[in-house]
Write a protein that binds this ligand. Structure first.
Ligand SMILES: NC(=O)c1ccc[n+]([C@@H]2O[C@H](COP(=O)([O-])OP(=O)(O)OC[C@H]3O[C@@H](n4cnc5c(N)ncnc54)[C@H](O)[C@@H]3O)[C@@H](O)[C@H]2O)c1
Length: 254
C-alpha cells in the first residue's frame, strides 16, 4: 500500500462534496474505514455508498459540525461501528463573499461556529482516545484566506486563521502523546464551493482571471489536495506537525 494506512479508522467532515469527498474516497480505496460526516445527509450517504461499492467500509453520519452535542454523538457512533478513530480530517465548511460592513452578527457567528468551533469540537471528541492509544493524526482545513490577499470575506478569513492557530496549539499540546496535527491552506480549488454556481463562459472568465495570480497557472484539484492530506496522515509523515501547508500553485510562498 502506497500510504501504509490499511486497517485504520477515520472521520472526515464535509465528505459529501469536493475536497472532503476526495479524501474519503481515497481513504476508502486504501482500506481505511471512514465515517462520512456532512450537513447534507443524502450527500453523506452517496459518498458512503460509493466507498462500499468499491469494497471499502464507510458509515454515513449526517451532522452539523457546529452542533457540539451532535459532534459528540457522531464520534461515539463512529467509534462503536468503525473502531478507535486513528485519523480526523476536518474539512466541512462554506464560503461567503460579503463586504465587511454587510457582515451581520449572524453571518459572523455561523462562519466561526462551523469552521473554528466545528474543528475544535471534533478534535476535542477524538483526542482522548488518541491519547490513550498514543496514536493519532489530525488534518484541519485552513485557507489562503488566512494569510490576507483575498478581500470581502473577513469572517471566513478570521475563521481560517483561527484554525491555523488552533492547529499549532493542539500540535504542541499533544506531541508528547505521539499525535501529529497539521492543517492545509489551499488557494482556489476547482470544487462546487469555488465554482459558486457559475457555468460556461462566466466560469471560464472567472478561472482565466483568477489563475493570473497563480505561478503554476491553473486551479488546484480536489484529488491533489486529498493526496497531500493522505501524506500528512500516513506513515510517510513521521516528523511534520503544527504546520499549515500551503497548497496554492505558488501564489503565496511562505
Ligand atoms: N475550494 C476552494 O477553493 C477552497 C480553498 C481553500 C479552502 N477550502 C475549504 O475546504 C473545505 C471544503 O471545501 P470544498 O471546496 O470541498 O467545498 P464543497 O462545497 O464542495 O464541500 C463542502 C462540504 O461541506 C459540507 N458542510 C458545509 N457546512 C457544513 C456543516 N456545518 N456541517 C457539516 N458539513 C458541512 C457541505 O454540505 C459540503 O458537502 C471548506 O472548509 C473550504 O472552506 C476550499
Amino acid at each position: 500500500m502506497q500510504w501504509d494506512i490499511e486497517g485504520r479508522s477515520a472521520i472526515v467532515t464535509g465528505a459529501g462534496s469536493g475536497i472532503g469527498r476526495a479524501v474519503a474516497l481515497r481513504l476508502g480505496q486504501y482500506g481505511v474505514a471512514v465515517g462520512i460526516v456532512d450537513l447534507d445527509a443524502s450527500r453523506a450517504e452517496a459518498t458512503s455508498q460509493e466507498i462500499q461499492k468499491l469494497g471499502g467500509k464507510a458509515l454515513a453520519l449526517a451532522a452539523d459540525v457546529a452542533d457540539s452535542a451532535r459532534v459528540a454523538e457522531v464520534v461515539a457512533h463512529a467509534r462503536e461501528t468503525l473502531g478507535s478513530i486513528d485519523y480526523l480530517v476536518n474539512i466541512g465548511g462554506f464560503h461567503q463573499r460579503i463586504p465587511i460592513q454587510e457582515i451581520t452578527d449572524s453571518h459572523w457567528h455561523r462562519m466561526l461556529d462551523v469552521h473554528l468551533s466545528g474543528t475544535f469540537y471534533f478534535c476535542r471528541a477524538v483526542l482522548p482516545g488518541m491519547i490513550t492509544r498514543r496514536f493519532g493524526r489530525i488534518v484541519n482545513m485552513s485557507s489562503l484566506h488566512a494569510f490576507g490577499k483575498v478581500p470581502f470575506a473577513a469572517h471566513y478569513s478570521a475563521a481560517k486563521a483561527g484554525i491555523a492557530g488552533l492547529t499549532k496549539a493542539l500540535a504542541v499540546e499533544v506531541a508528547p502523546h505521539s499525535i501529529l496535527v497539521n492543517a492545509v491552506a489551499p488557494g482556489p480549488i476547482d470544487t462546487p464551493l469555488w465554482r459558486d454556481g457559475l457555468t460556461g463562459s462566466a466560469l471560464d472568465a472567472r478561472i482565466a482571471k483568477r489563475i493570473q495570480a497563480i505561478p503554476l497557472g491553473r486551479l488546484g484539484q480536489a484529488d491533489e489536495v486529498a493526496e497531500t492530506i493522505l501524506f500528512l496522515l500516513s506513515r510517510a509523515n513521521s516528523h511534520i506537525t503544527g504546520q499549515v501547508i500551503g497548497f496554492n500553485g505558488g501564489e503565496l510562498m511562505a
